[in-house]
Design a protein around this ligand. Structure first.
Ligand code: ADP
Ligand code: MG
Length: 226
């Protein structure tokens, strides 16, 4: 390799960049804006309406909450200001080298059932979509399903129904059933988005909040290939 050659590294898009691309592709995401200073974070939250969520935006910080980079349920400007300072000091401590763009500001979504939609590339099969229930069910129990892209509506429907946790989506102990058709639609749109953008190496919508009438991604991460 020549001396001046730049290494081609996979590029991690930030939450803000990822959500912009997804929104353009018709995939429902929470409205999210980048704020580059504390002052801007406060003014953006006032425009958006409280409560809001603040998250660190840096291409060098992959796991935002592990770095103290996520503050939920902020009810007023003063809380937003304090959260901004806490996020910055925590991230500076954990990742002193990270290039920080600011924070994302978004409305605090009401509680929903957390699910995950992901894409990774298999050396044999190419892009493969994954579906699972969020949190412990995916991390500990590996209760997930996979389909090769392109994923049809029928595939999506099967993916959702074949996980062991499916009954949880149908409502239990007073919890409302979620709208499975919205989840199917979201999965099919993600599949189309992946087909149209082969340079995407990895995608994570973690979590998607599923409700009785819709499904919305509250976090997104896209990795472009080198
Ligand atoms: P990361 O995965 O990088 O740690 P997330 O953006 O997923 O950060 O945020 C961590 C958790 O905070 C999510 O799993 C979700 O439970 C919650 N959360 C994130 N964004 C919102 C939001 N807009 N409204 C409500 N809860 C949220
Ligand atoms: Mg996440």
């Amino acid at each position: 390799m020549g001396k001046g050659q730049i290494l081609n590294q996979p590029r991690l898009l930030t939450e803000v960049e990822s959500k912009q691309l997804l929104e353009r592709a018709g995939i429902p995401v929470t409205k999210t804006k980048l704020a580059r200073s504390k002052k801007e974070a406060i003014s953006v939250s006032k425009e958006m309406g409280f409560p809001v969520v603040l998250k660190i935006i840096s291409p060098d910080v992959v796991h935002k909450s592990d770095s103290g980079g996520v503050k939920l349920g902020l009810a007023n400007g003063a809380q937003v200001g304090r959260a901004y300072s806490e996020i910055m000091s925590s991230v500076r401590q954990k990742h002193p080298q990270a290039a920080v763009q600011g924070v994302s500001v978004q409305p605090m979504a009401s509680a929903g059932m957390e699910v995950i939609v992901g894409m990774s590339k298999d050396p044999q099969f190419g892009p493969v979509l994954m579906f699972g229930l969020g949190g412990v069910l995916v991390e500990v129990l590996k209760d997930v399903s996979f389909r090769i892209v392109p994923v049809t509506k029928r595939d999506a429907s099967e993916m959702i129904r074949e996980i062991k946790g499916y009954p949880l989506l149908q409502g239990y102990r007073g919890q409302e059933a979620v709208d499975v058709a919205s989840l199917e639609g979201l999965i099919v749109r993600v599949s189309e988005f992946i087909e149209q953008n082969p340079q995407i190496e990895e995608l994570d919508l973690n979590p998607v909040f599923a409700y009785r009438d819709k499904a919305v991604a509250v976090d997104a991460r896209i990795v472009l290939e080198a």
